[in-house]
Design a protein around this ligand. Structure first.
Ligand SMILES: [Zn+2]
Length: 201
């Protein structure tokens, strides 16, 4: 009885890790072994359960939050002196944190992915109707799209096919807005330009 139980559980663990983008079967097996043999994996498991059960998407910007609105949206401050009319649209929530650390103080919107028909990710999954509402509420004129998909290629990498398809979709959805697909270097430059122009840093 115990051998099939172990086999089945180990297979489920490996499959779960293998489903993570960038993790192949070999690494997934190593992670499965780690989970079974290290006491630290209990804390890992608890962190995963806690994050999944307590965090949801902010109703306005889709940033992860434990409340209905995140701290930024609760503050209700919509215009930003350094980045007037700019809305930074990021692929993943942690990227919003990254750009905040780099000095970006304007509003953000999190897509939680890019368009990918193969993976079943469409406009609904990315919250694009919500994005449109957000832009109307903020009266944003300029969208900085921080979409690369392929972070392994580094800060200067060209955007992925999915990122370009997402850009095209958003551009067509918002024909009167200035939409720019930017890599990390371009966003860093734009932030530094905005900060530099006002002499705040
Ligand atoms: Zn928010």
């Amino acid at each position: 009885m115990s051998a099939p139980d172990f086999a089945e559980q180990f297979r489920q663990l490996v499959d779960a890790f293998d489903a993570i983008p960038g993790v192949g079967p070999q690494a997934a097996r190593r992670m499965g072994r780690y989970v079974l043999s290290h006491s630290g994996s209990r804390a890992l498991g608890e962190s995963i359960v806690q994050a999944r059960s307590s965090l949801n998407h902010c109703a306005q910007c889709r940033m992860f939050t434990t409340e209905t609105l995140c701290a930024d949206c609760s503050a209700a401050e919509t215009s930003d002196a350094l980045f007037p009319g700019v809305l930074l649209v990021v692929e993943q929530a942690d990227e919003a944190l990254h750009w905040r650390e780099q000095g970006y103080t304007g509003p953000v919107f999190v897509l939680h992915g890019v368009l990918s028909p193969v993976a079943g990710v469409g406009p609904t999954q990315l919250g694009l109707a919500q994005l449109k509402q957000r832009i109307a509420a903020l009266q944003s004129q300029t969208l900085w799209l921080a979409l690369q998909s392929d972070t392994a290629k580094g800060a200067g990498a060209e955007p992925s096919v999915e990122a370009r398809a997402t850009e095209l979709f958003i551009r067509q959805m918002l024909p009167d807005k200035d939409v720019s697909l930017m890599n990390d270097n371009a966003i860093t430059q734009a932030i530094n330009d905005a900060i530099g122009e006002t002499g705040c840093r």
